[in-house]
Design a protein around this ligand. Structure first.
Ligand code: NAP
Ligand code: COA
Length: 266
């Protein structure tokens, strides 16, 4: 299956698109022919990301918007429709995470991660609803293994991402009759990302993690981008409510427990 021009003429809205996996997916959408709108908190970072896509010959713009702020997302979506027309593709990938034992995590620390990941995903999908091209729209949430696997020192991320899976599946049920598909991608450890810099900051931790991964290595942003593009094509027309792992099998072994999730010191 050729992905190259599979999204030609489509409009994609990428939340959390200034860096890492989400920017990699935005590039994948653009290379497949989509026009891309990006949002994140930092005006400088999001403009730099959009400029990078334009420099590569793609159509893209960036706007600063915090996914905790429904009105700001709505404004960004309105601008997207004004420039490019109704939205065909929405990626909700903004997230925050850090390693912290629950006994040392403040209520606001827990709330902050839940607000960005879970409330943010609801906000992005809900705000996009009136702006979608229906039928045919494809919504994707970037979730994580934490949604399925309880992990030490990750109560905030586990709770938040488990909620993201439920938002994904509930909206797939409610919006399916209107021809809107809603799926989740659960990446495994992806090389050269902020997420992995935070979870396995040393070479030793990275090696310990890799030893537990059936395919033996970290994935690349391109692996997630290719899956996301596929999910937005007609080849995936009967897929909705799915949480698709792209993780080299790492979820099968729960191996991350052996590396970054050491129990808290007593
Ligand atoms: P990243 O580069 O830090 O990406 C996070 C993005 O979200 C940034 O663009 C950030 O930009 C934006 N963001 C953060 N808070 C926001 C907010 N409140 N409103 C709007 N945008 C916000 O991290 P990453 O590691 O690539 O992670 C990307 C996604 O993949 C996340 O959903 C993460 O949970 C998931 N994931 C990652 C891995 C991995 O291996 N890295 C594994 C599994 C799942 P600003 O700072 O400009 O706001
Ligand atoms: N350990 C424990 N608590 C932490 C923490 C850590 N490493 N980092 C932040 N917190 C707590 C803060 O102490 C604060 O709680 P308090 O008010 O009770 O002290 C709360 O979290 C909010 O922190 P703040 O820095 O104000 O939040 P923010 O909204 O500016 O930033 C974060 C959000 C904390 C998630 C920040 O790490 C971030 O911007 N992350 C985005 C990038 C990222 O995480 N990438 C990986 C994606 S998987």
């Amino acid at each position: 299956m050729a992905l190259e021009s599979s999204l030609s003429g489509k409009v994609a809205f990428v939340a959390g698109g200034s860096s890492g996996i989400n920017l990699g997916v935005a590039l994948g959408f653009a290379e497949a022919g989509a026009k891309v709108a990006l949002i994140s908190r930092s005006a400088d970072k999001i403009e730099a990301a959009a400029q990078g896509l334009r420099d590569a010959g793609h159509e893209a713009f960036g706007l600063a918007a915090d996914v905790r702020d429904f009105a700001a997302i709505d404004v960004a979506l309105g601008e997207t429709v004004k420039r490019y027309g109704p939205v065909d593709i929405v990626l909700s990938g903004a997230a925050g995470n850090f390693v912290a034992p629950a006994s040392q995590l403040s209520a606001n620390g827990f709330k902050t991660v839940v607000d960005i990941d879970l409330l943010g995903t609801f906000n992005v999908f809900r705000a996009s609803y009136p702006h979608l091209r229906k039928p045919g729209a494809s919504l994707i949430a970037i979730t994580a293994g934490q949604a399925e696997q309880p992990m030490l020192n990750q109560v905030h991320a586990c709770a938040a991402k488990a909620g993201v899976n439920m938002v994904t599946q509930c909206l797939a049920m409610e919006w399916g009759p209107e021809g809107i598909r809603v799926n989740g991608i659960s990446p495994g450890p992806i090389a050269d990302t902020e997420g992995m810099r935070r979870l396995t900051p040393t070479g030793e931790m990275e090696a310990a993690y890799k030893a537990t991964i059936p395919l033996g290595t970290y994935g690349e942003k391109r692996d997630i981008a290719d899956l996301a593009v596929f999910l937005c094509t007609d080849h995936a027309r009967y897929i909705t409510g799915a949480i698709v792992r792209c993780d080299g099998g790492s979820q099968l072994t729960g191996g991350s427990q052996a590396s970054f999730n050491k129990p808290a010191e007593r």
